[in-house]
Design a protein around this ligand. Sequence first.
Ligand SMILES: NC(=O)c1ccc[n+]([C@@H]2O[C@H](COP(=O)([O-])OP(=O)(O)OC[C@H]3O[C@@H](n4cnc5c(N)ncnc54)[C@H](O)[C@@H]3O)[C@@H](O)[C@H]2O)c1
Length: 261
Amino acid sequence: MTDYKAMFDLTGKVAIVTGAGGRPGGIGQAYASALGAFGAKVVAVDVNGDGAAKAAEDLKGQGIDAIGVQCDVSDASSVTGMVAQAKAAFGKVDILVNNAALMLEAIGHPLCAIPLAEYEKIMAVNVTGPILCAQAVLPGMREAGWGRIVNQLSSGAFPAQSVYGVSKLALLGVTTTLAQEAGRSGITVNAIAPGVTDSGAGLTLRENPSEYSKMWEMMCPLSYRGQPDQLTGAMLYLCSEAGSWTTGQVIHVDGGAVMIP
Ligand SMILES: NC(=O)c1ccc[n+]([C@@H]2O[C@H](COP(=O)([O-])OP(=O)(O)OC[C@H]3O[C@@H](n4cnc5c(N)ncnc54)[C@H](O)[C@@H]3O)[C@@H](O)[C@H]2O)c1
């Protein structure tokens, strides 16, 4: 008989989570803890090196085998070095969670007025970064014949709002494209689109809610705001054997906000 619990077991797997060492209460930290709780060894990556090191210490305190690595995901050589450190520590990479992004820096920037340099910086981190990370891990995953990539989108992409939404919708295109390119090698590539989440960064969005977000709050079937831990179930499904026949998909974990017309 099938061991259904084992389908979620990540013992022996090595997972990279980007954006796992920033503000306290970040979604990346929750993802890293959840992967570790199901047995994965975790590489906590962040542009903030001290934050990445602290995230790894916190994970070790939870009994999880982890390292912290400083990396700017928008820089190809930084990404190559990060994956090399992951392999030096744990021998391979099975799972990549592309969670790092510029969010507070990008939300509310009207596309019609954003200076080109700012636009390019946001796209470099939010779109090119996940591509660079995927390119760096895919050869090893192809060799192993198994791999999982999860890209962090946002309800802000459905429909796309501001430059942030544009970047996250572009990441959906990256997701479906990589899913098609890598599927024959036993690699799935999917996305999670969280709604407004009370991470450290998300909490700051509470301060000045727009009329638009107040309207959504009233119309949302479940709570309009979620907690980082409420995203981890979808992520674990997509990273494990349980999600082995799911690729190129978006799971909307947003209290039903995506249904609001
Ligand atoms: N909080 C929300 O309401 C919400 C909703 C939908 C989607 N998201 C997405 O979830 C993810 C995590 O968001 P969060 O709320 O924890 O915010 P956050 O700003 O705390 O997390 C982003 C992380 O990415 C890191 N980062 C930024 N630039 C980087 C770079 N160049 N290289 C490596 N790391 C870099 C930051 O240091 C930070 O740790 C993001 O992709 C965000 O867009 C958040």
